[in-house]
Design a protein around this ligand. Sequence first.
Ligand code: IMP
Length: 419
Amino acid sequence: MGGFAVVGLQWGDEGKGKITDYFAEKADCVVRYQGGNNAGHTIVVGGRKYKFHLIPSGVLHRKKVVIGNGVVVDPSVLIDEMEMLRDAGIEPDLMVSERANVIMPYHRILDGAEESLLGNKKVGTTKRGIGPCYADKIARYGIRMGDIVDEKSLREKMERIMPIKEKIFQMYGLENPDIKKIVEEYLEYGRALKKYVDDTIYYLNSIIDEKTVLFEGAQGFLLDIDYGTYPYVTSSNPVAGGICTGAGISPKKLEKITGVAKAYTTRVGMGPMPTEDDGKAGNHMAERGHEFGTTTGRRRRCGWLDLVALKYACMVNGVDSIAITKLDVLDGLEEVKVCVAYGYEGRTLNKFPSSIRVLEKCKPIYETMDGWDSSAGIKSYEHLPSNAKKYIDYISENLGVRVEIISTGPSREQTIMLD
Ligand code: IMP
């Protein structure tokens, strides 16, 4: 009973969907607390692939799913996902926070316009309007889910903020947003979603002592707006602490935090990644790991495991255990490397630097280990090749964190659970 969390420890795409799905089986309720449809989870159940961007993946277990106040919601995406589920014979038991901010058409347009102005210094966003929507929330110009289900409120708020939006659009040389059209479109979404929009904060607090509530992180710690590789980050707080602000839950209610890390590293978009490998090993990871984004289809940048970054992530998230995913992707490599420190201007750094300019110049210092032939599909630790076991043990010892789960393939069955 209580709150359980699954959070990403790298730059997103760690395979949280599969791990969340695993824990969701035992949970009563699965909650998202940040991000929006920039996220993408692919879950394989019974040979069928499901792709979600917004709805918590626990929905496949027919659990109650909650979209918390810290999430930004594109209602058209939410409606599409609900339809996809209904087509698969699943009626989602969903509750969406009245306080969750709504992604509006002008957020998507501004996301694109800002990125073009940044040119080759762009963030490489998913162009889903995430940053501009969070910016409006903080600036107090946001539209919330509670507004789109309340015609008077939506009209009033839109009238209030439109002069500001129009000015910004003029500055960008863009055609003014059509306020009437937007209001009609969003009222229509509001009608479709009304029965799901509620006070999730009171709801979650009413069940958390009696039931098992699973909080599902989107993106990853190194994309966190405060802790990540700023400004090449997303606009929310994927860190475990974000659960409290993004779902209205006290830190005292979190029983266990599981961090998820790939057996190697990937990143989409721009920004430094010290262990990036443009050569044979990086290609091996991209090909074997099918490293193409669920949301944008972009090829992910690949490289070796970075223990400096991972240690930092374990510290700030306060993880109780870690899940290592995609171990099988490293199968067939003669040797595997792990980054244990950074070299920077003749010095050795053991801490993840806050300055992007420093991180860009950091050179990974590697520990090299022997590779292994095949771990794919193995379901028990004992049956792993001995070099794969050494690799896992090394990670656990270096981080000082227990490895609880090892994933050796995409389906639910290809999982090792450790005591
Ligand atoms: P935004 O979240 O669309 O604003 O994009 C900001 C940065 O976060 C970009 O580098 C994106 O590629 C990255 N990003 C956002 N969501 C995800 C995700 O779910 N996985 C991996 N990277 C992501």
